[in-house]
Ligand binder design. Structure first.
Ligand code: C5P
Length: 235
């Protein structure tokens, strides 16, 4: 199963986002709307970008008690995003509540769960979160919980797709941020790799923000990432 490059549009305004997307001419990349854009502009931005022909991953990472997540997901279902997510750390019952909300609305939206943020290191996970297992074991366990809850897949780092595919099957989506070209700065991300390596590891979708949005020529950077992800070949 192979998806495509999803661009994380982490912008603070509607204008900035639409100007950015105008650079892609007739190509309509899959767009990720995260907290920054959604909370700055509001739900209308989802419909506006969708109406321009883009698929939308609404990355709001819900994490609350099951009843609250159920209600929130019912509201989000009306936006008809192509993909939405919750935090697997909220537990199986919470993930089931999110799934139930989408099912009751008859939504076709793909539902995935964040395992461990790609900005987390294994050391921070041990020392700050007091999770004693290895990063791989933790991600694989959270992925299995997401599968048990009936979800379609997980967000994980491209370094963990092999183990997730092994444990949950290759039809279980692995959506992987933490993608950089060789020459890029990692920024706050810790568990990163390149688009071609993510493809070879078996990621279903890769999510790229700053390596495209901050590039001199975002359109060229996007095409390069798509080619590397499609072929598994280096830049
Ligand atoms: O700019 P960069 O490529 O690091 O952006 C990655 C995007 O993926 C950000 O929008 C971030 O919120 C999101 N993300 C992540 N790690 C996760 C889940 C989502 O980096 N586990």
């Amino acid at each position: 199963m192979k998806g495509e490059v999803i661009i994380a549009c982490d912008f603070k305004s509607r204008e900035e986002t639409l100007n950015f997307l105008d650079q892609f001419h007739d190509i309509k990349p899959y767009v990720k709307i995260g907290m920054e854009l959604y909370y700055s502009v509001g739900p209308s931005i989802v419909k506006e970008i969708k109406d321009r022909g883009h698929k939308i991953f609404l990355d709001l990472k819900l994490h609350d008690i099951p009843n609250t997540v159920y209600g929130a997901m019912k509201a989000l279902a009306d936006l008809q995003a192509d993909m939405v997510n919750v935090h697997a750390g909220g537990g199986i019952e919470m993930m089931k509540a999110a799934k139930k909300a989408l099912d009751e609305k008859g939504a076709k939206t793909i539902l995935i769960a964040v395992t461990q943020l790609t900005s987390n290191s294994e050391t921070a996970m041990h020392e700050e979160l007091l999770i004693p297992s290895s990063m791989e074991e933790t991600v694989a366990h959270y992925a299995l919980n997401a599968k048990k809850a009936g979800l379609d897949g997980v967000v994980c780092s491209p370094l963990e797709t092999v183990i997730v595919n092994k444990i949950c099957g290759s039809d279980f989506y692995t959506v992987t941020p933490g993608i950089r070209f060789k020459s890029d700065a990692k920024g706050d991300q810790k568990r990163v790799t390149t688009p071609d390596m993510a493809a070879r590891n078996g990621s279903t979708y890769i999510v790229i923000g700053r390596s495209i949005t901050g590039a001199k020529d975002p359109y060229a950077a996007y095409l390069k990432a798509q080619r590397m992800f499609a072929t598994g070949e280096e830049e």
